[in-house]
Design a protein around this ligand. Structure first.
Ligand SMILES: Nc1ncnc2c1ncn2[C@@H]1O[C@H](COP(=O)(O)OP(=O)(O)OP(=O)(O)O)[C@@H](O)[C@H]1O
Length: 306
């Protein structure tokens, strides 16, 4: 389990992470979402003891990272896939990591197998594709067979097969009871992968809840309507206090803040013929845009009294 408590990080007087608190429970995949610059990587680096917080703390299994006695056996991480030595082979790089972490050499072969890189193990990393580097980074994270995984944008650069692979891997790791925190700025990826999501913007917490709940919460209130009497319907819906958007093409309308049943009833009451009436489901992407719309532009909260 990871507990982030009132975590704040300032760079040159600006808050990249701002009094952020959330929990990453074991046995689930937690998606860590936010637009570019929201503070995801900074939060992960703080949790991994690579930087010191200005205020607050991040605990892994109840302790600060630097107080863990065998960190690689407790937490595996993938932060920057570019930070691997290109001249080394995949096997040599992992072998070096294993020695540094006091792990048995056999783990190298096991994790290379687990990420599907066994055949490329003796090739220089310089010859790896971006997807192969991501797999190598994940192999490194798995080396110590840790109970907690912190992965920053592991899906970056993967092809659709790679994305599916990672999704299955992460779900499998969580099913084994591990704690999995995985960041992304692409919401669509997380919809099928994460049990829960933590959404941040400008370093602050925006939402922390089950993925399906978040989607459901955002799903209310958009109804697509097609009618040969668009102006009449728009007028009666407007009268009923509903916001209406006219589609740029065709006779369609989108009604905001209502469900399909209500729109259908209003139309019937006024004798308006409908050709289509569709409750539109929000995607996680829509909900995300709604949640982070403001913060994406205001990247930093100015330091000072709140
Ligand atoms: N070492 C640093 N010095 C100064 N500013 C930094 C430093 N590291 C991060 N920042 C700033 O803090 C903010 C948060 O950055 P961070 O990389 O944590 O965001 P992110 O959510 O991971 O974004 P991305 O998806 O683009 O990686 C950014 O505005 C960034 O420029």
């Amino acid at each position: 389990m990871i507990e982030v408590e009132e975590l704040t990080k300032e760079y040159r007087g600006r808050k990249a992470v701002d009094a952020l608190s959330f929990t990453v429970p074991a046995g689930q995949v937690t998606g860590f979402l936010g637009p570019n610059g929201a503070g995801k990587s900074t939060t992960m680096r703080l949790a991994l003891g690579l930087e010191r917080p200005t205020e607050g703390r991040a605990l892994v299994n109840g302790r600060r990272y630097r107080d863990l006695t065998e960190p690689m056996r407790e937490v595996g991480s993938l932060l920057d896939t570019e930070a691997v030595p290109p001249g080394m082979t995949g096997a040599a790089h992992l072998g070096w990591l294993a020695r540094a972490g006091g792990l048995p050499a056999r783990r190298t072969g096991e994790v290379l197998e687990a990420v599907g890189l066994a055949d490329a193990a003796r090739h220089r990393i310089a010859s790896y594709s971006l997807g192969m580097r991501q797999r190598l980074g994940i192999a490194g994270a798995l080396l110590g067979d840790p109970g907690t995984l912190v992965l920053d944008e592991p899906v970056n650069g993967l092809d659709p097969e790679g994305v599916r692979w990672i999704r299955t891997l992460l779900r499998g790791l969580a099913a084994e009871g591990r704690t999995v925190l995985v960041s992304s700025h692409l919401m669509s990826e997380m919809a099928d992968t994460a049990d829960r999501v933590v959404v941040i913007g400008a370093g602050r917490l925006i939402a922390e809840e089950r993925t399906d709940e978040l989607i459901r919460r955002g799903a209310t209130g958009r109804v697509g309507v097609s009618t040969p009497h668009r102006d009449l319907l728009a007028a009666v819906l407007d009268e009923a206090g509903l916001a209406v958007e006219r589609d740029a093409s065709g006779g369609g309308l989108t009604v905001l803040g209502a469900d399909a049943a209500r729109v259908g009833e209003i139309a019937a009451r006024h004798g308006v013929t409908l050709h289509a009436l569709v409750q539109q489901r929000a995607s996680l992407e829509d909900v995300f845009m709604e949640l982070t719309g403001d913060t994406a532009v205001h990247r930093f909260a100015p330091v000072g009294p709140r």
